[in-house]
Design a protein around this ligand. Structure first.
Ligand SMILES: Nc1ncnc2c1ncn2[C@@H]1O[C@H](COP(=O)(O)OP(=O)(O)O)[C@@H](O)[C@H]1O
Ligand SMILES: [Mg+2]
Length: 381
């Protein structure tokens, strides 16, 4: 009922190479939906098919129930904001924003009113009469957004719109984009390779890998319950543990032997039986580290003994690498208190790493190559 934008079995090939392969998903009216994936995974190709610059080899795309196949780009109810702002250097900001309306031969008074509304929306009223080279990169991108929105598209397509800007400015523009979205209320399809950007701005995310959509869900769902090792490694960092189920411990937990490490308890996210090979994703911030032996443990918790092998101080948190058996675990400790007076664990300390069994997540699929996407290797030598 809410399916406003529909991609149905969409495929695009270049020779034998599938840039987009049998992609099916829907975007709801008014939401910010992010297409997230590494460079080359097919994000721009999908956007260009929706915008009408290229046509799919198979499948179809519907906007508000209407198949847009064959409709020329300028007749589709979408507008695109690119990473390169593509502003006209010789035109003022005002004329850049009004350009589309002028081409559509709208009246002078109407154009002036619409452009004023847009200048106000993107907070550029004082810069209206400047040329693009007299304003900053962030302001240029706001012009590009205004220029797309002035045509009143039903969907705004944003292709890596912030990629050319530095971190602080990117964060600020994300907040502004969110506010603009609240104000105009239309659907945003936001393409990015940056997971923090996608997390921060979207209602839902479609994670792409090699031309396919690997998982669709709300940001927290994608982060907490990644379906496979690609999604788990691409979104944030994690520890991958490989093991075999020894026995079930009641309905909720199972005892699992982890290769080169020891026995742990695992929450039965999926139906697993003794003998099954499993792969677990365990986010570093879910683990805690302490130098004293834990008092008592219960069946819902794990405590593994190890040695601190590396300490990386990151300001807001410290990342520890703890050796347990023949492998290492990444553990993150948040500095929620001023801790110069405390004695945090350090190199060579004997420690206990603890976590709740239900904070690990059983993956549906695992490929060893995805372990190489993590920021640091889990295994040494
Ligand atoms: N016109 C083209 N001819 C051949 N290959 C292309 C063409 N356009 C895109 N590709 C390939 O398709 C894949 C997906 O490209 P693209 O959609 O631009 O990826 P993304 O935007 O996710 O970085 C890439 O491997 C790219 O090299
Ligand atoms: Mg791209």
């Amino acid at each position: 009922m809410n399916e406003f934008l529909v991609f149905e079995g969409v495929t695009k090939r270049y020779g034998d190479f599938y840039a987009v392969r049998d992609v099916t998903f829907e975007v709801r009216q008014g939401e910010i939906f992010a297409l997230l994936g590494p460079s080359g995974c097919g994000k721009t190709t999908l956007l260009r098919m929706l915008a009408g610059f290229i046509e799919p080899d198979a499948g179809r795309i519907l906007v508000d129930g209407k198949d847009v196949t064959g409709i020329p780009p300028d007749k589709r109810p979408v507008n695109t904001v690119f990473q390169s702002y593509a502003l006209f250097p010789h035109l003022t900001i005002r004329d850049n924003i009004g350009f589309g309306l002028k081409m559509a031969r709208r009246g002078k008074a109407e154009i002036a009113a619409e452009v004023d509304r847009m200048l106000d929306l993107v907070d550029l009223v004082e810069h209206a009469d400047k040329k693009p080279d007299q304003i900053s990169g962030g302001q240029k991108q706001r012009v590009a957004i205004a220029r797309a929105l002035v045509n009143k598209p039903r969907v705004l397509l944003l292709d890596e719109p912030l990629a050319a800007l530095d971190l602080k400015l990117r964060q600020r523009l994300l907040v502004e984009l969110d506010e603009i979205h609240d104000e105009v209320g239309i659907t945003f399809l936001y393409v990015t390779h940056d997971q923090t950007e996608a997390m921060a701005i979207s209602d839902r995310i479609g994670v792409m890998n090699r031309g396919r959509v690997a998982q669709i869900g709300a940001p927290a769902e994608i982060y907490e319950s990644p379906v496979d090792s690609f999604v788990a490694a691409f979104i944030g960092d994690t520890n991958f543990l490989e093991g075999r189920v020894i026995e079930r411990l009641g309905d909720e937990y199972s005892l699992v032997a982890i290769e080169a490490m020891g026995e742990i308890r695992v929450y039965n996210d999926r139906e697993i039986s003794p003998g099954d090979e499993i792969h677990l994703s365990l986010r570093p911030e879910k683990l805690s580290i302490q130098t004293s032996a834990p008092a008592a443990t219960d069946e819902a918790r794990n405590a593994i003994e190890g040695t601190v092998e590396d300490v990386i101080y990151l300001g807001a948190l410290t990342r520890y690498w703890v050796r347990t058996g023949e492998r290492r675990l990444a553990v993150e400790r948040q500095h929620s208190r001023f801790l110069l007076d405390e004695k945090p664990p350090t190199w060579g300390d004997k420690v206990w790493v603890r976590w709740r069994a239900d904070d690990g997540y059983l993956l549906r699929d695992f490929a060893p190559e995805h372990a190489e996407m993590l920021s640091l290797p889990a295994e040494t030598e």
